[in-house]
Design a protein around this ligand. Structure first.
Ligand SMILES: NC(=O)c1ccc[n+]([C@@H]2O[C@H](COP(=O)([O-])OP(=O)(O)OC[C@H]3O[C@@H](n4cnc5c(N)ncnc54)[C@H](OP(=O)(O)O)[C@@H]3O)[C@@H](O)[C@H]2O)c1
Length: 299
């Protein structure tokens, strides 16, 4: 492994994106400092075992961020899910966290800030937990700091969470059966971010929408059936459910108008990042254990 004598601070390293970024940066030889709320828990200890330096910090505590960013070259910024069922931060918290990270990075003399946003951030959508990203992006671009915004597509991991009901042999999601939507493996977010930190001249000042595959609902069902070895069918989320849930209805409308379906140029991305996983390769690799778990309850 080559060693790079520079440190990148990673937010959310005990979570999906930050964990992937920390692993990819370490694999490329960077020193990695992870801001964690509890340095003694098992996820922080796993980071230590992987050569990452966990430091105590909290997105709501600017002083802890200042200390964590001291002397670092780069910062990877991601905020927790906000404003939805199960989220313990509000949309306003997310915006406050995202802007604070960027402000403190600028004042700390950080050379390169990478902010992880979402595909919908190019416009105001009317969905509060998506529009947080638009607001943070706008703030980041006003600052005097070299920055790159990545806009990840919907995670492949989301499709095989236990709540999706794959154990019942069926998947319901936002797109119609014949309508394509883009997805990305969380593993590849980390690899792309590591490539971004590795070539600042190429990526500073850019906003990059990232995805690894585009799949219709029917194609998802085919790949899942193949990987599971049992039939998985697909339908769009029921109209009755969307009639009761305004946010779900808005999300489906954003798929219909293309903003949440994603508009990344997959051919160009695959040429630039040859490691990008298609959904079937993800199901055979990093997604295999997750699919197995999602199917397990009826075994
Ligand atoms: N799911 C998708 O398809 C998708 C697509 C595009 C973008 N996104 C966006 O991705 C983001 C979530 O990323 P993720 O899935 O990687 O998150 P995640 O796995 O839920 O992890 C959240 C991370 O944030 C940390 N955290 C939470 N509150 C904190 C605080 N107050 N101070 C410091 N750290 C804190 C957690 O650390 P602890 O260990 O301390 O809890 C954890 O490491 C959201 O903004 C979401 O909108 C999601």
């Amino acid at each position: 492994m080559t060693t790079i004598d520079k440190t990148v601070v990673v937010l959310g390293a005990t979570g999906q994106q930050g964990g992937s970024v920390a692993a990819a940066l370490r694999a490329d030889g960077w020193s990695v400092r992870a801001v964690v709320r509890d340095v003694s828990n098992h996820r922080a200890r796993s980071l230590s075992a992987a050569g990452v330096e966990p430091v105590r910090g909290d997105l709501s505590d600017p002083e802890s961020l200042r200390a964590a960013f001291s002397g670092a070259h780069g910062v990877f910024s991601v905020q927790p899910n906000s404003g939805q069922a199960g989220a313990d931060v509000t949309n306003e918290d997310e915006v406050r966290f995202g802007t604070a990270v960027a402000d403190i990075a600028e004042r700390s003399g950080i050379d390169h800030l990478v902010y992880s946003s979402a595909v919908t951030a190019g416009s105001t959508t009317g969905v509060d937990h998506l529009d947080t990203k638009n607001r943070i992006e706008t703030h980041v671009r006003k600052l005097d700091i070299a920055s790159t915004v990545i806009r990840p597509a919907t995670f492949m991991e989301l499709l095989v969470t236990p709540e999706m009901g794959l154990d019942g042999g069926h998947l319901s999601f936002l797109m119609r059966p014949d309508q394509a939507m883009q997805f990305i493996a969380v593993r590849d977010i980390g690899r792309i971010v590591a490539a971004v930190f590795g070539s600042p001249d190429r990526y500073a000042g850019r906003t990059v929408e990232i995805a690894g595959d585009a799949l219709t609902g029917n194609a998802l069902a085919e790949h899942l059936t193949q990987a599971a070895g049992r039939t998985i069918t697909y339908s769009r989320l029921p109209a009755t459910l969307m009639a009761q849930d305004e946010v779900l209805a808005k999300l489906a409308a954003l798929v219909d108008d293309g903003r949440l379906a994603g508009n990344a140029n997959l051919d160009a991305l695959r040429a630039e990042f040859p490691f990008l996983l298609s959904f079937d390769r993800w199901l055979a690799g990093p997604g295999a254990a997750l699919l197995d778990e999602a199917l397990r309850s009826t075994d």
